[in-house]
Design a protein around this ligand. Structure first.
Ligand code: 3HC
Length: 710
């Protein structure tokens, strides 16, 4: 047996060499530049051994194959050339593996991502486990990068151009069964026989590469120059529409893949390494990498110092509506915890169960989960119209109407029907938690747990501790949310908490601009171009104009005048316009809508008493809404609502889709400069009044030329 720092080679009696990768001191295998020499030494030994029949590459870590190149190493690069050299080194290392004369089989269990998948693709065959921890993908685009060590060239050759474009442009990860269907892995087996299956394959010799199966349209699109031109130009159009030109990586991905397809692998690889180096130096990639570091760091925090969480064995949800159904869904499917749903009527429970069934059915059809997994997860969800099955719940999440008296009644009911230690978590979006806990006998068990809609998709939750919430309750709730696949931020109690507070002022400003006569679609386009997934007016239609109207007065009473929504908005409700759910809002829905087109309901202007006439340019519209959000974010930091700029950045990106390439409100202010933002606010304050008054902390930072991040 030969060992280097991170690799070992063991030759079995059947003359199959097993290369095990296990980086000492790291919880996951990642690729580092220093490995080039180790791999070369290993390969020299392998090439000198004429007895060897084949090789298996496997990870020595319990639950990870390789999570990609070391992102800290990439972050440390000072020049594009330095990053390009790292990509090149990986390319050369993997080319050496591919050129081995004996078969090399990758045995994959756990995340096989980025450089990890690039390595696996250079192997001659791939066997993966059917475990849910096994995921394969090229997520570099989510870091503002592209796969820099052959991924842009090998993936299209393995799975076809269309599938590869989809995977590389989105960074999506496939489960083993999906990867098998795509042609990315050759065999899927249980973890217990992974090594045996890989050895068996290696003993069979090098496999012939099979031609990718395509239907007629696929053949025209991928195998003719005309078809490929159509494919790339369509992909470019869609990419630009999606990114609004804000992200450089996807366009480079298209260029690099096209170079490889048109001019061959070598030119493709050269273009890939060069683009990788360039992208590494962009501010967009730096911002996206900072998100990776922030979220990884947050995974380790309990939310309550050294206090350890208690185990949650069973959960319950009050209310089977859209939110309650979503919360029950992530509890069963992501956390794997049994969950009891209570609603006032049977219909509510059926709706919640049906909702989960349809989501799971979709996952099953996409081969993301097996039928057994689906059935197991469904069995974790049960319901009743009374409190039966609640006595042993460790946490109860309430998702009932936004009504203080009702929520206080729920607290009393839970204290009566559940155990002493049961946590009462409220999914309120605006009511202070202290008020919900005001009549509680065990206020230390009461906490806020604010999810965002749709719950199965939105990654953020706000965990809100009121004055009497115990550290144990905080730590347990944070751990519970994390098990549900969420990124929790712990925020201080106060109306609107963090996310809705900064969102409310941004939405109000969009409403003010609308009342000045700017057309609805122009306002939405301005903010989409800025980088938000949808514009503010669309968002209001989605969330519900009535919901906005309910939250505004609460925020205005607790936080001041600047939160008062424009009075004209009452006219919308008087006109029965609640938004998309009632098919009556700012846009046309239902039978009035035109298929494939989003059209403004022009009658809304009459109701609001305005005549639409575009006057402002899109930058002005975006910046007026944005400065409101940024200024309020600074205020929440000043008041201790959020504990750090990092939490504020993650909250805004994961909670409202703040443009990730800007790194969040605080990183964006650092980019703009506090003084610049202050000048914009002062200017707007002189024109529009005190709603633009700058936060004291911002003034101080501008004067002292400080930044939120060092
Ligand atoms: C040249 C190439 O084309 C370029 C590349 O490969 S770029 C890198 C592409 N890869 C990625 O983007 C994957 C990044 N990693 C992840 O998404 C997640 O870590 C994961 C899905 C692999 C695992 O998630 P999870 O189980 O929650 O574990 P998580 O806490 O995130 O990570 C565990 C540890 O591995 C580290 N880690 C994971 N991937 C890493 C990476 N690519 N680089 C550096 N560290 C990494 C984390 O920092 C953490 O370290 P710590 O224990 O010392 O804090």
């Amino acid at each position: 047996m030969t060992t280097t720092n991170s690799f070992s080679l063991q030759i079995r009696d059947d003359q199959i060499g097993v290369i095990t990768m296990d980086i000492a001191g790291e919880s996951m295998n990642v690729l580092k530049a220093a490995f080039a020499d180790e791999i070369s030494a290993l390969l020299a030994e392998i090439n000198a051994n004429t007895q060897l029949k084949g090789l298996v590459f496997i990870s020595g870590k319990a639950d990870s194959f390789i999570a990609g190149a070391d992102i800290s190493m990439l972050d440390g690069c000072k020049t594009a050339e330095e990053a390009q050299a790292i990509g090149r080194m990986g390319q050369q290392m993997f080319a050496q593996l591919e050129q081995l004369s004996i078969p090399l089989v990758a045995a994959i269990h756990g995340p096989c991502l980025g450089g990890g998948l690039e390595l696996a693709m250079a192997c001659h065959a791939r066997v993966a486990t059917n475990d849910s921890k096994t995921v394969l993908g090229l997520p570099e685009v989510q870091l503002g990068l592209l796969p820099g060590s052959g991924g842009t060239q090998r993936l299209p050759r393995l799975v076809g151009l269309q599938k590869a474009l989809d995977m590389i442009l989105t960074g999506k990860q496939l489960r083993a069964a999906q990867a098998k269907k795509a042609g990315l892995v050759d065999e899927v087996v249980p973890n217990s026989i992974l090594l045996d299956a890989a050895v068996k394959r290696a003993l069979k010799g090098k496999p012939q590469r099979e031609q990718i199966k395509l239907n007629l349209v696929g053949k025209v699109l991928e195998r003719t120059p005309f078809g490929r031109n159509v494919l790339f130009s369509q992909a470019r159009k869609q990419t630009l529409k999606k990114t609004q030109g804000n992200y450089p990586a996807p366009l480079k991905i298209l260029d690099v893949i096209k170079t490889g397809v048109d001019n061959g692998m070598q030119e493709g690889l050269a273009a890939e390494a060069k683009a990788f180096g360039e992208l590494c130096m962009t501010k967009e990639s730096a911002a996206l990498r900072s998100l990776f570091f922030a979220t990884t760091q947050m995974k380790k925090e309990s939310g309550a110092g050294d206090t350890k969480p208690n185990k949650v064995r069973k959960a319950a949800v009050l209310g089977g509506g859209l939110m309650g159904g979503g919360i029950a869904n992530v509890t069963a499917t992501k956390a794997g915890i049994p969950v009891r749903i209570k609603d006032i009527n049977q219909q509510g429970i059926s709706n919640a169960l049906k909702y989960s069934y349809s989501l799971l059915q979709k996952k099953f059809k996409r081969r993301f989960i097996s039928k057994t997994e689906m059935q197991k997860q469904l069995l974790l969800m049960t319901g009743s119209t009374d409190y039966s099955g609640f006595h042993d719940a460790d946490i109860v999440v309430e998702a009932v109407f936004e009504d203080l008296a009702l929520k206080q009644q729920m607290v009393a009911d839970i204290e009566q029907h559940c155990a002493e230690h049961t946590i009462f978590a409220s999914n309120t979006s605006s009511l202070p938690i202290g008020q919900i806990a005001a009549k509680a006998t065990r206020p230390e068990n009461v906490i806020g747990l604010h999810y965002f809609s749709p719950v199965d998709k939105m990654p953020l939750v706000e965990v809100i501790a009121h004055e009497k919430t115990s550290a144990e309750t905080i730590a347990t709730t944070v751990a519970f949310a994390r098990k549900q696949g969420k990124t929790p931020i712990v925020v201080k109690d106060g109306a609107g908490f963090y996310v809705n507070r900064i969102l409310a002022l941004y939405m109000n400003e969009a409403a003010n601009i609308l009342l000045e006569g700017e057309p609805v679609e122009k306002i939405d386009k301005a903010l989409v171009k800025f980088g938000f997934p949808v514009g503010p007016v669309t968002l209001l239609d989605e969330v519900g104009i009535d919901v906005g109207a309910k939250i505004s007065p609460i925020l205005a009473t607790e936080l001041g005048e600047r939160f008062v929504a424009p009075a004209a908005f009452d006219k919308l409700l008087a006109d029965g316009r609640k938004g998309k759910k009632t098919e009556k809002g700012f846009y046309l829905y239902g039978k009035n809508a035109k298929k494939g087109k989003k059209l403004v309901d022009e009658t809304v202007y009459r109701v609001l008493g305005v005549t639409p006439a575009p006057r402002l340019n899109t930058d002005e519209i975006a910046s007026r809404c944005m400065v409101q959000m940024l200024n309020e974010a600074v205020r929440t930091l000043e008041e201790g609502i959020i504990a750090s700029a990092r939490d504020g950045d993650i909250g805004a990106i994961f909670g409202i889709g703040f443009p990730p390439f800007l790194g969040g409100p605080f990183r964006y202010i650092d980019q703009l400069g506090a003084a610049n933002l202050l000048a914009q606010l002062r200017n707007l304050e002189s024109r529009f009044g005190s709603r633009f008054a700058p936060a004291a902390l911002l003034v101080q930072m501008a004067e002292q030329q400080q930044k939120f991040y060092a």
